[in-house]
Design a protein around this ligand. Structure first.
Ligand SMILES: O=C(O)CCC(=O)C(=O)O
Ligand SMILES: [Mn+2]
Length: 220
C-alpha cells in the first residue's frame, strides 16, 4: 500500500455518514457504489448474521495476529491494529515483506465463496483485527506494482460495523463516508486504486472488535 499514514494525526473525516445504508440492507447481491473513476460494489449481507458470528470466532483463531511494523516517510511505526497474512506469494507493502503462509480451512472456505460470487481468483489475504475504536487504518491505496494496473480487492468484514472512507487522490473533494457492516463484502476493481484512497478512521464510540479481510491477487 502506498500513502499509508497510520499516525494519530490522520484526518478524521466527516462526523457521520451512511452512504452504503442508502441501499436496503436486505438487498440480495451487489449494489454499485457510484463514484467517478472507480468501480466499487457492496453486498451488505453476503454472510448471514449467524454465519458471520461463527466465522468471526473461527477466523480470529486461524490467524497468527501480530502488530506489523511499517515504514512511513522514512520512519518505522507500529500499525494501530493487529494483522495477519495468508497466501501463496510474497507480498510487500510500506517496507514490510510478507512471505507465503499456508491457507487455513476457514479462510479457504471464505475465499472460495468470494471467488464464486466475484468470478475472480485470489492468491493472498491480508487480515486486520481492530480491537476497539482506537484501532484504525490510515489513508492509502492498494496499488503496489505486484497487484497489477487494475487490482481487484475483495474486502469482507465481521464483528463491529465501522466507518470506511473513500477520497479521490487528486483534488479537494470531501471524503465519501460509508459503513461496512458485519457480514458484508466490498469489491473494488478497475481504476479504483489508481484514483482513490481509502481509510478506516478511529472512533470514540464504544465499539467491539472487527475483523476485515482483503483478498488480493498478486501477479507473478
Ligand atoms: O479494514 C478495512 O475495511 C480496510 C482494510 C484495508 O484497506 C486494507 O487491508 O488494505
Ligand atoms: Mn486497503
Amino acid at each position: 500500500m502506498t500513502t499509508r499514514m497510520d499516525e494519530p494525526s490522520q484526518p478524521a473525516g466527516p462526523a457521520s455518514g451512511t452512504h452504503f445504508r442508502e441501499a436496503p440492507t436486505e438487498h440480495v447481491g451487489f449494489a454499485r457504489i457510484e463514484l467517478p473513476n472507480a468501480e466499487v460494489h457492496y453486498w451488505a449481507g453476503f454472510f448471514a448474521p449467524d454465519e458471520g458470528r461463527t466465522l468471526f470466532d473461527a477466523l480470529r483463531a486461524e490467524f497468527w495476529w501480530e502488530r506489523h511494523r511499517v515504514r512511513i516517510r522514512g520512519r518505522e511505526v507500529d500499525c494501530p491494529r493487529l494483522s495477519g497474512w495468508q497466501g501463496d506469494a510474497t507480498y510487500s507493502y510500506s517496507g514490510l515483506t510478507l512471505r507465503p503462509a499456508p491457507w487455513t480451512p476457514g479462510v479457504t472456505a471464505v475465499r472460495r465463496r468470494i471467488e464464486a460470487a466475484t468470478g475472480e481468483a485470489f492468491n493472498s489475504v491480508l487480515a486486520n483485527l481492530y480491537r476497539d475504536g482506537n484501532d484504525r487504518m490510515g489513508w492509502h491505496a492498494d496499488d503496489e506494482p505486484e497487484l497489477g494496473p487494475a487490482p481487484v480487492i475483495a474486502s469482507a468484514s465481521f464483528g463491529a460495523a465501522r466507518r470506511f472512507l473513500l477520497r479521490p487522490k487528486r483534488g479537494r473533494a470531501r471524503s465519501v463516508p460509508n459503513v461496512l457492516e458485519p457480514g458484508s463484502l466490498l469489491v473494488m476493481r478497475g481504476p479504483t486504486q489508481r484514483h482513490w484512497l481509502h481509510s478506516l478512521p478511529p472512533t470514540r464510540r464504544p465499539v467491539g472488535p472487527r475483523i476485515n479481510f482483503t483478498f488480493r491477487r498478486i501477479l507473478a
